[in-house]
Design a protein. Structure first.
Length: 103
């Protein structure tokens, strides 16, 4: 039979291991997020330096005159995401209610 001190010591050790693994995972997520941000900035640096910050708020796209803007694709992405959320949330809630109440 284990003594209380041995049980407490074992739980303290597993708690320490879990805390270290959680911290390492959180740091890994932050490093990956930073890498994605750096990659996005590096990849868009040429467009931002040539067209300025107005590149994000202009909707014209004319390759002949080299006048470009990203507002239309950004707006399209936001609208598409909103439509997907509007469709997915009721379905997800319905499935959750079905699984918890009827199964």
């Amino acid at each position: 039979m284990r003594t209380r001190e041995a049980t407490v010591r074992r739980f303290a050790f597993t708690d320490m291991v879990f805390r270290a693994a959680t911290r390492a995972s959180a740091i890994l997520v932050l490093v990956l997020l930073g890498g994605v941000a750096i990659s996005l900035i590096a990849g868009s640096w040429e467009a931002l330096s040539k067209f300025g910050i107005s590149f994000l708020s202009t909707e014209s796209w004319n390759p002949v005159t080299e006048n470009f803007g990203a507002l239309a694709p950004i707006y399209g992405t936001i609208v598409t995401s909103a439509i997907a959320i509007i469709i997915a949330v009721p379905i997800g809630i319905g499935i959750a209610v079905f699984l918890t109440e009827l199964c």
